[in-house]
Design a protein around this ligand. Structure first.
Ligand SMILES: [Zn+2]
Length: 136
């Protein structure tokens, strides 16, 4: 369904989720995106690993959903601390979601890895964020 990087892990998990949020890019170069507007963001998170936890999960699907949706749903993204230095574009939002997922899975004993974040902002625009090898 999504293009994912080739890997050698036994398990690959993909979680789709969406949330509605407003944002703006405070610079006239952003054109009409400099005005506050909203999107229903669609996200796909790809995780992989070789070890399952004692329940047989690589990671619990519902914890991924609440991790991201609870943080951003029905909010103004620009007000989040994470976007004080860089505005919430599709690129910075995808990277931020990666960082949040990475922090979460770092606490799991079976230590899955996050291979990519797919973030669709509009029906015709999406970005994929993948960590550099050195960040995995
Ligand atoms: Zn926008």
């Amino acid at each position: 369904m999504y293009q994912t990087p080739a890997h050698d892990y036994q398990y690959e998990l993909n979680k789709d989720l969406n949330f509605s949020a407003a944002h703006y890019v405070p610079d006239e170069r952003a054109g009409k995106c400099s005005r506050v507007h909203g999107h229903t963001y669609f996200v796909n998170i790809t995780l992989a690993g070789d070890q399952l936890d004692d329940l047989g999960f690589l990671v619990n699907f519902s914890s991924l959903k609440s991790l991201i949706s609870d943080a951003f749903d029905h909010t103004l993204l620009n007000e989040h601390e994470r976007f004080k230095e860089r505005p919430p574009t599709s690129e910075t939002l995808a990277e931020t979601i990666y960082d949040m997922v990475e922090t979460f899975i770092a606490g799991l004993d079976n230590r899955p890895v996050c291979l990519q974040i797919y973030l669709q902002e509009t029906p015709t625009s999406y970005v994929i964020y993948r960590p550099k090898e050195s960040r995995k």
